[in-house]
Design a protein around this ligand. Structure first.
Ligand code: ADP
Ligand code: MG
Length: 394
């Protein structure tokens, strides 16, 4: 999806107020009637309707008359709310080029006031998992349209919490800087995904390091679940960094063994194919690397209990990412696995569901994000609080 942040410069205080009102309305409306938006935003002299036209023009909201007449936020609208909030917090001041298109995310460079470049990951759950859309719709029928925004927010919250905790426990992950809505800000890794690497000086050492990470994660009670050549970055000094954590599960998860085996298998297969590494049979079958998913103990069987340094999954609960959030996300992830073969070929239904290629023309220097004037700080938060109040009174 193209993120034309340029439009952000021209959006007024009222535009953001109304955009926030749409977001608030979506808490309990799939499509928000314009009268409700007007009441939440409470602009004078019917100003809301004029503003809505502008938001529609910029594709920040989408007009939907399928069930009744109303509006809903688009991913772009959600991007803008997150970006504006983070800019107001002083986390960054400019958005640069797109550096990655993940399965379900877009990654951009952003710059802080002192010129440090960070990475911004915008989660886009549901974008490519069309196979799973049907099952998700069933599960989430009460929240359907908003559910994609809701799940993307949960994925970001989870990723941020895990990245922070893993970093604190010495794992090689990007530094978790901040998080808002579906957006995670982290340090920029100066490297390449392993899938792009054709040659390594020390493939054996790298292989051991990577496998060691899967084991160490398990010792901490966690399984990555998407541990493959796309989610491992290598820099010029052959330093390894792991990324992409929204799908991680605890070793006590009922499918823990399957996920763990799959992670290990991916690494073996990739190193065998790409770097011609050969393994002895026993090692490849990793017979004793079993995860005991029936056990309440948060440890895989092969891990020496003396070495277990703690159950990170429990620790994470204290971080604001609750067990309930985890359950919601796990239902989503499990659905992906279980329904994988069922409905291949389903088409995207929304304009915002299509994956654009990295597009150099989307490079925009947002120096003038300072156009988000002082005094407008906390506008979005203020508007949210106010909108909450209004909504409660309705
Ligand atoms: P997804 O969950 O959609 O797969 P990822 O987190 O794997 O998203 O990111 C997609 C791509 O973006 C990665 O393969 C990588 O090329 C790039 N990327 C992600 N995070 C960073 C980062 N912190 N620094 C540099 N590049 C990154
Ligand atoms: Mg990835």
């Amino acid at each position: 999806m193209k993120l034309d942040v340029d439009a952000l410069r021209y959006l007024s205080r009222d535009d953001f107020r109304v955009l926030t009102a749409v977001e608030m309305g979506m808490r309990n409306h799939e499509i928000v009637p314009s009268e409700l938006i007007d009441r939440i935003a409470s602009l004078k002299h019917g100003g809301t309707y004029k503003v809505l036209k502008n938001l529609l023009k910029h594709k920040l909201v989408h007009h939907d008359a399928s069930k009744y007449d109303g509006l809903r936020l688009t991913y772009l609208g959600y991007d803008f709310l997150a970006i504006k909030t983070l800019v107001n917090r002083g986390v960054f001041t400019a958005v640069g080029r797109q550096i990655g298109v993940g399965k379900e995310s877009d990654i951009f460079e952003v710059a802080t006031e002192d010129g440090t470049v960070l990475a911004m990951k915008l989660h886009r759950l549901g974008r490519t998992s069309f196979r799973a859309v049907k099952s998700k719709r069933d599960y989430l029928r009460h929240r359907s349209s908003f559910s994609w925004l809701y799940l993307s927010r949960l994925a970001a919250l989870k990723e941020f919490a895990f990245m922070k905790a893993l970093g604190e426990h010495g794992f090689p992950v990007p530094n978790a800087v901040d998080c808002n809505r579906h957006c995670v800000i982290m340090s920029l890794i100066q490297g390449y995904p392993l899938v792009q690497v054709r040659e390594l000086q020390n493939p054996d050492t790298i292989f051991d390091t990577i496998l060691g990470l899967v084991v160490r994660l398990a010792e901490h009670g966690l399984i990555h679940c998407d541990f493959n050549e796309f989610n491992i970055m290598i820099d010029d000094d052959e330093k390894v960094t792991m990324i992409d954590f929204p799908q991680m599960v605890s070793v006590s998860h009922r499918n823990a063994k399957m996920y763990f085996d799959r992670d290990i298998e991916c690494i073996f297969k990739f190193f065998k194919k790409r770097f011609n590494l050969s393994f002895d049979e026993n090692e490849a079958e990793h017979d004793d690397a079993e995860v005991d998913s029936d056990s309440d103990e948060c440890r895989p069987q092969f891990v020496d209990i003396q070495k277990v340094s703690g159950c990170l999954d429990k620790e994470l609960e204290a971080s604001g990412f609750t067990r309930k959030d985890q359950e919601v996300i796990e239902k989503f992830v499990d659905g992906d696995v279980e329904k994988d073969s069922e409905s291949d070929g389903e088409e995207a239904e929304d304009e915002e569901d299509t994956v654009d290629q990295i597009n150099d023309t989307s490079v925009v220097n947002l120096e003038s994000l300072s156009l988000v004037k002082e005094g407008e700080d906390n506008l979005v938060e203020d508007a949210s609080k106010e909108a909450d109040q209004t909504e409660n009174n309705l």
